[in-house]
Design a protein around this ligand. Structure first.
Ligand code: GRG
Length: 287
């Protein structure tokens, strides 16, 4: 099975990402207790999929690993901020995250807000530092791509659609998935390409691959949530509620086909990214 082929690579990448996060995130100090809560959330066991995408793209394009790892750490901090804020009572109100009490349950709501803010801003402090890449233009391009992907035209905009509870049509749900989940997956791949100095065509190709992968990931997450709900109230924005399970699966498969298509010119160099696509459904309980 494809999962068995890929999982050692994912496990190795997750361990490597954890190590760099450990090194980069300051330990708690007497004057700043926030770091303890930031580390509690950022060092909790996650799959590190977005970081894996940056590493795999950067490796494919011969980027030195120490540059890629710093970008990976920044992306995982951003992802973690989104989870901490999403779990808050005013948002999705989840008490559990990554097998542990959510940040606001462990440290209180006000601290959880600051943890999100702290991880988000610290990520950009990392990206702006010359250790991330000696070329300031590359660092600016990374920051521009990341801010676009996670701001009002990206992840935050997607979350805003989600909290409006106005999802009715397939178009609504497609926009939600593209912004809320697709944008961060897309920029995770794009960042690897930017680090390598790739031309705009290749950057675009990697963005397309990541976006479609993210869309498929979100649809499978919705299908899993539909069959094994985490909340008492069904999520209004669940694609299965809008389209039914058969069509939802069809759209996930279509997104995977499009992602594969984006990688086609890269041939066997993209083997790791292709394998990830093939084993994506295996991450979820789909019935
Ligand atoms: C609060 C600004 C803001 C944004 C929140 C990404 C997001 C937007 C919310 C997270 C909640 C959610 C269910 C998002 C859909 C994407 C998703 C399934 C995220 C969880 O990603 P995994 O499974 O998490 O990769 P791990 O823990 O493995 O890193």
């Amino acid at each position: 099975m494809t999962t068995i082929l890929l999982s050692p690579q994912l496990t190795t990448a997750a361990a490597e990402i954890r190590t760099i996060l450990e090194q980069l995130l300051p330990a708690e100090t007497t004057h700043n207790s926030l770091y303890a809560a930031m580390r509690y959330s950022a060092l909790a066991e996650g799959k590190a999929l977005r970081g894996f995408l940056t590493l795999a793209t950067a490796t494919m394009l011969n980027v030195p690993r120490h540059y890629a790892l710093r970008v990976t750490a920044a992306i995982e901090m951003i992802h973690c901020y989104s989870l901490v804020h999403d779990d808050l009572p005013a948002m999705d109100n989840d008490d559990w995250r990554r097998g542990k009490p959510s940040c606001h349950i462990a440290f209180g709501e006000a601290t959880a807000i600051l943890v999100g803010d702290g991880l988000l801003t610290f990520a950009f402090q990392l990206l702006a530092h010359p250790s991330t890449h000696p070329d300031a233009t590359i660092r600016c391009l990374l920051i521009e791509a990341l801010t676009k992907a996670i701001g009002p035209e990206g992840m935050v905009g997607g979350q805003n659609i989600d909290i409006q509870h106005s999802i009715e049509t397939f178009e609504d749900i497609s926009t939600l998935h593209r912004l809320k989940t697709g944008a961060l997956f897309a920029v995770s791949c794009e960042a690897g390409a930017i680090l390598s100095g790739a031309d705009p065509t290749l950057q675009h190709r990697m963005r397309c691959y990541g976006e479609q992968l993210g869309i498929a990931f979100q649809i499978y997450d919705d299908i899993e949530d539909y069959h094994h709900p985490k909340h008492a109230q069904p999520e209004l924005s669940n694609i299965v509620r809008v389209l039914g399970p058969e069509q939802a699966r069809g759209h996930a498969e279509n997104a995977i086909t499009q992602a594969l298509e984006a990688l086609r010119p890269l041939g066997s160099n993209a083997a790791e990214l292709i394998t990830l696509l093939e084993c994506l459904p295996d991450f979820f309980s789909l019935d």
